[in-house]
Write a protein that binds this ligand. Structure first.
Ligand SMILES: [Zn+2]
Length: 206
């Protein structure tokens, strides 16, 4: 099957999938899709300081992508739960391999160093227990400076964190954004909950 046909099949599956069927979709993506591999190579370029684009490199000002997602979620907030699941796939595929640790505390400490490296924001752990934690993002690239539009917008951050921790811990993890600059707060705050259930995304070797 060509890469294009594989993608078409995935889009069809995504359209049919209810959330409980989502793990199958993720598994198919991981197994079949060259897209995941190509993006993984891009992340490796980033880690090694190699430019993906020959002229402009890997950085750009944030407004282009941020405007798109802000308008998308403001006009169609029903997409937020889907974006969360997409974030989980991204976190499992690309963030999990870049963090280390066996406990939530170790993994969270390893994870919060990535945000400033990627200029996404400054992250700070508020508290962490065995199966639960709260952390903040200051100067979040997704929402800092926006007015209060009554939405917690940083759904990709919630999703990528959940996906990364879930794969590393081998248990279901959910992350909820409880404060957001687009909801009138001075920073974003995320609540992590680890459930005593196996991960639907598979697990890492750690
Ligand atoms: Zn936010």
């Amino acid at each position: 099957m060509s890469n294009y046909d594989q993608l078409k099949e995935l889009v069809k599956l995504a359209g049919e999938a209810s959330l409980p069927a989502f793990p199958d979709l993720v598994k198919k993506m991981a197994e079949q899709n060259k897209l995941l591999q190509a993006i993984d190579e891009h992340y490796q370029c980033l880690d090694q300081g190699v430019n993906i684009r020959p002229t402009f490199g890997n950085e750009m000002q944030i407004l282009y992508l941020r405007d798109r997602q802000t308008f998308m979620f403001t006009l169609f907030p029903e997409l937020l739960p889907l974006a969360y699941q997409v974030g989980k796939v991204i976190g499992a595929a690309y963030i999990a391999p870049r963090i280390t640790g066996n406990t939530l505390e170790e993994l969270l400490k390893s994870n919060v160093r990535i945000a400033p490296e990627h200029k996404y924001g400054r992250q700070e752990i508020v508290w962490v227990k065995e199966n639960e934690a709260v952390y903040r993002t200051y100067e979040c690239a997704d929402c800092y400076g926006l007015p209060n539009i009554g939405l917690k917008l940083c759904i990709y951050e919630s999703g990528t964190a959940a996906g990364a921790f879930e794969v590393k811990l081998g248990k279901r993890v959910e992350v909820e954004e409880e404060k957001c600059c687009a909801n009138g707060d001075p920073y974003c705050e995320f609540h992590i909950r680890v459930f005593d259930e196996p991960s639907i995304l598979g697990s890492d070797t750690k």
